[in-house]
Design a protein around this ligand. Structure first.
Ligand SMILES: Cc1ncc(C[n+]2csc(CCOP(=O)(O)OP(=O)(O)O)c2C)c(N)n1
Ligand SMILES: [Mg+2]
Length: 406
């Protein structure tokens, strides 16, 4: 494997200089949906075969752990969407098709590193060992939720595994990550902060602020841009005039690379090099993971109203889980028997966790007044007394599953 600096300095195959004005159209305007953008770093072919020369030959345990996590992420997403459709929870945000981005970027991290996720990354929580029951309790916002029901569904927060709470306002987490990275640099802890946003997130001021500071202060940060082609219904071609989102790195003085986001081996390798580079004190990097949002933006969305169907069909063939499965089978690490038993195990595990989580009562309404002020302000004291009266009058508060319009 090339060293991080070598990889980051070197342009990936076919990656031309952004100043070379051969083609003024952006790649996403000019490329057919039949082919993946040619500038992406890739190890696996679309069918999951790998050229021996490129094969990073990762450890068997790591590969199987990554495969299991990708399968678990998909199963969790399927369950989340199903619960919403059954009216049992109010809202869900699936990450279908983006499992390799999540697992491939989570795997190279150490326990001591900080993660600042967006709302479409359940797989990173799962990879780092978040409890499935606790994640489900967040979907109900009930008493088992670590945020005590004060957050929206899918806005998980697991401080013990250094998973910062999910931010709803897009790209705010990028700035938070830079703060953590700068603190790590000052206190010499060698902790790396990794942060995620979508293609839409790159248009936010917060993205610009975060990368400006990280570049200037050489903060040990890694920025993952999950380019899934859409920001709700806005396609990438309406998002930016930039040829590639990874090119944005140049303006901030850091290396930028585009990777096939459905190739977990490539995502892992590129992220590992960026993380190692940050830990060595060589500064931040930007990684654009080129993928496709195979599901709706959220349970409140209907992509059939705006999605390019041909593009969807083309990306179906690049399913990141199928590709890794084919690769594992070629290395004799996986077979249909193992697949069947994994799927059964995940199904059972999720069903049990759902049953437990759904049975949890609503949070104590009086919790609203905890955890912010050491001593309540006079206004809050008054509000607390009013709420107490209301609770006594109405009896207990029920969980609700009203839909969110997001
Ligand atoms: C600052 C801000 N503006 C607008 C929104 C509404 N909003 C929620 S998600 C989203 C699209 C984000 O798209 P992208 O960054 O590509 O991420 P993806 O949803 O594709 O993962 C928008 C506009 C928001 N949450 N925050
Ligand atoms: Mg997007």
């Amino acid at each position: 494997m090339q060293s991080g600096t070598e990889f980051m300095k070197k342009k990936t195959k076919n990656q031309e200089s952004p100043t070379k004005k051969k083609n003024t159209k952006t790649d996403h305007e000019s490329s057919s949906c039949e082919i993946l953008r040619s500038d992406c770093y890739r190890i696996m072919n679309e069918d999951g075969t790998v050229d021996a020369k490129l094969d990073p030959k990762l450890d068997k345990e790591l590969l199987l752990k990554m495969y299991r996590n990708m399968a678990l992420t998909r199963a969790f997403d399927e369950r989340g969407m199903m619960l919403q459709r059954q009216g049992r929870i109010g809202f869900y945000v699936p990450s279908f098709g983006q499992e390799a981005v999540q697992t491939g970027t989570a795997a190279p991290l150490e326990k001591k590193d900080w993660v600042f996720p967006s709302y479409r990354e359940p797989g990173i929580f799962l990879y780092r060992g978040a409890g499935i029951y606790e994640m489900l309790c967040n979907l109900w916002g009930n008493r088992g939720d670590l945020s005590k029901g004060r957050q929206m569904p899918v806005h998980y927060s697991f401080p013990d595994i250094k998973m910062f709470s999910v931010s709803s306002p897009i790209a705010t987490q990028m700035i938070q990550a830079v703060g953590a990275a700068m603190a790590s640099k000052i206190s010499k802890t060698k902790e790396v902060a990794i942060s995620y946003c979508g293609d839409g997130g790159t248009s936010e001021n917060d993205f610009h602020t975060a990368l400006t500071f990280a570049g200037a202060y050489k903060a040990p940060a890694v920025f993952i841009v999950t380019n899934n082609q859409y920001a709700i219904s806005v396609p990438l071609s309406k998002q930016t005039g930039a040829k590639r989102l990874s090119d944005k790195a140049i303006g901030y003085g850091m290396p930028g690379v585009a990777v096939d986001g459905n190739d977990v081996l490539a995502v892992y390798q590129v992220t590992k090099e960026a993380v190692d580079r940050a830990r060595r004190g060589e500064g931040p990097s930007l990684i654009e993971c080129v993928t496709f949002r195979m599901g709706p933006h959220s349970s409140s969305d209907d992509p059939s109203r705006y999605r390019d169907e041909k593009m969807y069909q083309a990306w179906l063939k690049r399913d990141p889980i199928k590709r890794l499965k084919t690769y594992l089978e070629s290395r004799k690490l996986w077979d249909e028997k193992k697949e069947k038993s994994l799927q059964e195990e995940l199904k059972k595990m999720l069903a049990e966790a759902v049953e437990r989580a759904e049975a949890e009562p609503a949070p104590d309404p009086m919790d609203l007044f905890e955890d912010v002020y050491a001593e309540l302000t006079p206004q809050l004291k008054k509000q607390k007394a009013e709420l107490l009266q209301e609770v006594e009058l109405r009896g207990k508060f029920e969980n609700t599953s009203e839909a969110f319009p997001l």
